[in-house]
Design a binder for this molecule. Structure first.
Ligand code: TNX
Length: 559
């Protein structure tokens, strides 16, 4: 019997069902069973224009303007290839559940009951990623200055339809959209999530599914942690042993794996179609045991270490005193940069405990110059802070002490900008609660409220909001071994971080957020997505028989 905390979703439009705080007795079970039976009969709660996650900048409902998507609706887009691609993507999202043909065209063909129109306009007030979505009795119009804005408008449209829009097969449903206008644009330009594919390897298909989750919540960067002690996951033609030797291992003896260049390009292209930039990370100088196994000349003692499948950190490093190390780095970063259309190249820099002081800063400064020479912008964990500045560089804050770090503040004064990923709020590998079957707790437990209740603009002391590029939620995978487990750790915390990155601070309101988030449970369930049924969220459906027991890994990966 799956526990209420961990079932991969549950269906049925119902009211909130509190979890029992102790093992229920027979009467409680009977009451719960009766309640769930009633829940199944309850009419669905209509979606309101303000139910969107992340919260839009401005919502003006007009209930007399609700619009029913007709079976013969047409999606009309501006005669622009990128706008037509967005329209096609939207049609692909809406066709399975509606069963409607939803043809896409660039020539207006008004139907009797209206349609969906995606229009590129010159409107500076919307910014590069903003959009306006208007639902009237004549249909839906999404306007934006870029295809990216149109794409986000499409994601909002999707959330305004009933949860059954997520069904992979046609369902009979009234596809009503709430009337009114949403005017929306993001608070921060960088909104991301990180997936560690080094500790455990995940297939291309798994990564594409993660990209889908990011897209739903208007995140625009996927940071891939591609290399670590336990495995090297990206093919490098000039150093073939990185994958033939360095990719064969993973934590705990799990099978390794790596992406060919074609695999990686497939991820990059799939993400780009969803207006997401892939940020590749090659972690240096530490976290490099897999590279040392493949190329012992990089090791300080020139001896290949044994492959590593444990979870300790900070023991490995490439030899900062050997020129061959810098040739290696130039070759690797050159090939990774060539595969990555985005401007960012993440060079790690964390937990290199054995490379200290000037040796560390000298190493980082050389690598930063290599990145700049490739025409890319440096991103690195905030341990890079003491190294000299290079144009545009971005530090990723992962501290857990509330943001007090004079070295980072000083690096910002010298020109660095920050991506904020506090370990104690944004680390999605932290457990939700003591009984979460996977994850760590070294940065504390992170329930949904803890993921939500902080402000990226003010988190790091002495850093002005203008230096904050945005926010990112990292998922380290020492204990995460499957797509279901990835989803379990991501959802529902990823939408909380996404809202911090997108929504104006004035909309920040836990009680409102948890209500809006609750409506996503049935969407994930319908889409077959695993999530953690966090007890602080009033999910609108009940497990058939509520039970309270310690969850296990099997609850996340039901067979
Ligand atoms: C710290 S945070 C790490 C990772 C681990 C993670 C586990 C950071 C930049 N490094 O190497 O996977 O903790 O939570």
């Amino acid at each position: 019997m799956p526990s209420p905390g961990l079932t991969p979703g549950a269906t049925g439009p119902t009211g909130p069902v509190p979890l029992p705080s102790h093992e229920p007795d027979a009467a409680a079970l009977a009451r719960a069973a009766e309640r769930s039976a009633g829940d199944l009969l309850a009419p669905p709660t209509p979606i309101r224009l303000s139910d969107v996650v992340p919260a839009p900048r401005q919502v003006e409902p007009a209930s007399t303007d609700d619009w029913l998507l007709p079976p013969d609706a047409v999606i009309v887009a501006s005669a622009d290839p990128a706008a037509l691609t967005v329209a096609t993507h939207l049609a692909d999202l809406l066709r399975p559940a509606t069963g409607y043909p939803l043809p896409v065209t660039d020539s207006p063909r008004p139907t009797q009951d209206g349609g969906i129109t995606l229009t590129l306009v010159g409107d500076d007030s919307l910014g590069a990623e903003g959009y306006r979505l208007a639902v009237t009795r004549a249909g839906v119009t999404i306007t934006a200055t870029t295809a990216t804005g149109l794409f986000y408008g499409g994601q909002t449209l999707r959330q305004l339809l009933p949860p059954s829009i997520e069904s992979p097969t046609p369902v009979s449903e009234r596809w009503t959209l709430p009337g009114g206008t949403i005017t929306d644009a993001p608070r921060f330009p960088y909104r991301g999530a990180m997936l560690d594919v080094a500790r455990h390897f995940f297939t291309v298909e798994d990564v594409l599914r993660v990209v889908d989750h990011l897209a739903r919540y208007k995140l625009n960067h996927l940071h891939l942690h591609l290399t670590d002690d336990q495995g090297w996951r990206i093919a490098v033609d000039s150093r073939p042993k990185l994958t033939t030797v360095g990719a064969t291992t993973a934590v705990g003896g799990a099978p390794g794996g790596s992406y060919t260049k074609a695999d990686y390009q497939r991820i990059v292209a799939y993400a780009a179609d969803r207006h997401i930039t892939v940020v590749p990370e090659i972690d240096l100088p530490g976290h490099t045991n897999a590279a040392l196994v493949a190329y012992p000349e990089l090791a300080p003692d020139k001896v290949a270490p044994p492959p590593y499948t444990g979870t300790e950190v900070g023991f490995s490093y490439v030899d900062p005193t050997d020129e061959r190390t810098y040739d290696f780095i130039a070759d690797v970063l050159g090939e990774v940069a060539a595969l990555s259309p985005g401007r960012w190249l993440h060079i790690g820099g964390d937990e290199a405990f054995k490379v200290k002081g000037e040796v560390y800063t000298g190493f980082v400064e050389r690598v930063q110059r290599i990145v700049a020479g490739l025409g890319k912008t440096v991103v690195g964990w905030h341990q890079l802070a003491p190294a000299g500045h290079v144009d545009g560089r971005v530090l990723q804050w992962w501290g857990t002490n509330g943001g007090d770090d004079p070295t980072t503040t000083e690096a910002v004064r010298r020109g660095a900008r920050l991506i904020v990923s506090p370990g104690n709020h944004a680390y999605l590998d932290m457990k939700y609660a003591p009984d979460t079957p996977i994850g760590h707790d070294w940065a504390g437990l992170i329930d949904v409220r803890r993921a939500y209740d902080w402000d990226p603009a003010t988190h790091v002391a002495g850093v002005p909001a203008t230096a904050v590029l945005g926010v990112e939620a990292p998922l380290w995978t020492e204990s995460v071994t499957s797509l279901a487990e990835i989803e379990f750790m991501l959802l529902p915390r990823l939408p909380a971080i996404a809202e911090l990155g997108w929504s104006p601070r004035a909309t920040h309101d836990w009680d409102d957020f948890r209500e809006r988030l609750a409506g996503h449970g049935p969407r994930w369930t319908t889409a077959g997505v695993t999530f953690h049924r966090a007890p602080e969220i009033p999910w609108p459906s009940a497990p058939t028989v509520p039970t309270q027991r310690t969850p296990t890994r099997e609850d996340v990966n039901p067979t």
